[in-house]
Ligand binder design. Structure first.
Ligand code: GRF
Length: 211
């Protein structure tokens, strides 16, 4: 039997996506275990969620490191000692250095609250709303060294109606996130994701000879 993937979730804030992953794994096995929650913020609610669920919670203060490379090197040591096979970014508000992104190439997932490549960055929901787009959504993607850029694993769209408030939109987007992120992680842990250039294929859904 293949070894179960040891997962580290990186989160800077509330951690509702972390919670969705924890809850999913309790009732429908993802094929991996969340063994570490890491944060760059001492007061991240996500750290408390981890502790409540007996998951190791680690905060490293970026202010104590001279450079971003030093910071990410320390994180890398931690990940190595925990034998991490997958990093799941869930509201981690810090761009990974090329060093760390490179070390875990093809083994880092992120979720973004807009349809990439539109509305990258921290305010994807608000910016899509303000721009007046009629459709926005959620993207799960692999992470490379560029912001919200790597190959796309899954997307789900949502229509923005005339009477949507931005708060309503946000709630609906989070609901989608909490549903599709655990599924994407499950695909990864079960060895189902195949990256070919910018494209990600789900192996069991491929017709033979398709790629
Ligand atoms: C989510 O909207 C996610 O798409 C974005 O950051 C937010 C994190 O929310 N990357 P939470 O901390 O998981 O509640």
């Amino acid at each position: 039997m293949a070894e179960r993937i040891r997962i580290a979730v990186f989160a800077s804030g509330f951690g509702s996506n972390l919670q969705a992953l924890i809850d999913f794994n309790k009732k429908d096995d993802m094929g991996g275990d969340i063994v570490l929650v890491f944060s760059n913020k001492s007061n991240a609610h996500a750290l408390g969620r981890a502790r409540k669920n007996n998951i190791k919670a680690v905060f490293l203060d970026p202010g104590k490191f001279n450079t971003r490379d030093d910071y990410d090197s320390e994180i890398f040591k931690l990940l190595k000692s925990e034998r991490i096979g997958l990093i799941v970014l869930a509201g981690y508000m810090y761009l990974l250095t090329p060093f760390l992104a490179g070390k875990f190439q093809g083994r880092i997932l992120n979720i973004h609250p807009a349809l990439l490549p539109s509305f990258k960055g921290t305010h994807g929901i608000q910016e899509a709303f303000d721009h007046g787009v009629k459709i926005t959504g959620v993207t799960v993607h692999f992470v490379d060294e560029k912001l919200d850029h790597g190959p796309i694993v899954a997307q789900e769209a949502i229509n923005i109606s005339q009477d949507h408030s931005v708060q309503e939109l946000e709630e609906e987007i989070h609901k989608i996130e909490h549903r599709i992120y655990p599924m994407a992680v499950k695909y990864f842990c079960n060895g189902e994701l195949l990256i070919k250039g910018r494209k990600v294929f789900i192996k069991s859904k491929l017709d033979r000879g398709q790629i």
